[in-house]
Write a protein that binds this ligand. Structure first.
Ligand SMILES: [Zn+2]
Length: 301
């Protein structure tokens, strides 16, 4: 038996196996994994799962999950966060210098590595804050990033809104930079302000900056997310918080929720930063020991 790399989450919630969770959704529940860039063009199909990764802090962790998924034959979408949040003008993506983003020397190579496994790369959008930090218009900043990805051979088709403290303070959501993204009860074309900085919401059309979608506006009717390292399960009629995926009962609850929805469109939002790699013990790897000796180690362990 080949022993595979896996990942686990030990935060507010515990998830003992990343492979088990995504494998359950795909193979037991029979939901078909689709990429955002494909699904947004014709979201008529149901019985699907959009696996979405918001890469807030660590591209190493993103690569770790990307490899596990590739080994499972699963393709997903990774949204990369530009610098500026968490009181830090530098991250894995780049640094803010003289009002513009200077990309880390290895950033695009690592994105290409993820894309080469069949995954999609998108932009994790905190552009209200980036505009505040640089004093430059959002449209100009966003266009520069979309163009930089294209120039690096990574065509990006979409954006996923990042929830920063900054946007909560200005009482906005980052997807409100887009003209198409109006949430119910929120006024279109508001002026948002922080100090002397201000911007108008809903001014940029997705197509105008070469994008096809914003992830929050792609149709869905069920969510599993690990925001804040707490697993939440939600449909239009049901919600469970702080779930531990360590028992059959927890998986049964997911199964039951899916069974009650007519035409499941599930978004699984997994933040790679909460997950740690489980490396198989050396003796369990292929080609290291003959199988008889492996059995001895397993018994001894
Ligand atoms: Zn985020």
């Amino acid at each position: 038996m080949t022993v595979k790399h896996d990942a686990e989450m030990k935060g507010v919630s515990t998830v003992e196996s990343f492979r088990k969770l995504v494998g359950f959704v795909r193979d037991d529940l029979g939901l078909k994994p689709v990429l955002y860039r494909d699904y947004c063009k014709d979201p008529a199909e149901a019985g699907i799962v959009l696996v979405r990764h918001d890469v807030d802090h660590s591209i190493d962790n993103a690569l770790m999950l990307a490899r596990i998924e590739a080994d499972m034959g699963l393709r997903s979408t990774y949204f990369m966060l530009h610098p500026g949040d968490y009181d830090n003008d530098e991250n894995y993506y780049g640094r803010i210098e003289n009002g513009r983003i200077v990309h880390q020397p290895d950033f695009f190579a690592r994105c290409r590595e993820i894309a080469a496994m069949g995954h999609e790369i998108g932009i994790h959008n905190d552009f209200f804050q980036l505009s505040f930090l640089t004093g430059r218009p959002i449209r100009e900043l966003l266009l520069a990033e979309v163009e930089a990805f294209h120039a690096a051979g990574i065509p990006v088709a979409g954006s996923a809104s990042h929830g920063s403290t900054f946007v909560r303070e200005i009482e906005a959501v980052n997807y409100e930079i887009f003209a198409e993204c109006v949430s119910s009860g929120k006024q279109r074309s508001r002026i948002v302000k922080s100090g002397t900085w201000e911007a108008e919401t809903h001014t940029i059309s997705l197509a105008d900056v070469g994008l096809d979608y914003e992830a929050y506006f792609v149709p869905r009717n069920m969510d599993i997310s690990d925001t804040g390292s707490a697993v939440a399960l939600a449909s239009r009629t049901f919600r469970a918080d702080n779930m531990n995926l360590t028992s059959d009962e927890a998986y049964d609850l997911i199964r039951k929720t899916v069974a009650e929805i007519d035409g499941v469109r599930l978004v699984m939002l997994i933040h790679p930063c909460w997950w740690n790699e489980i490396v198989p013990p050396f003796w369990a790897m292929d080609g290291i020991l003959p199988s008889g000796l492996k059995r001895m180690f397993r018994r001894a362990g």
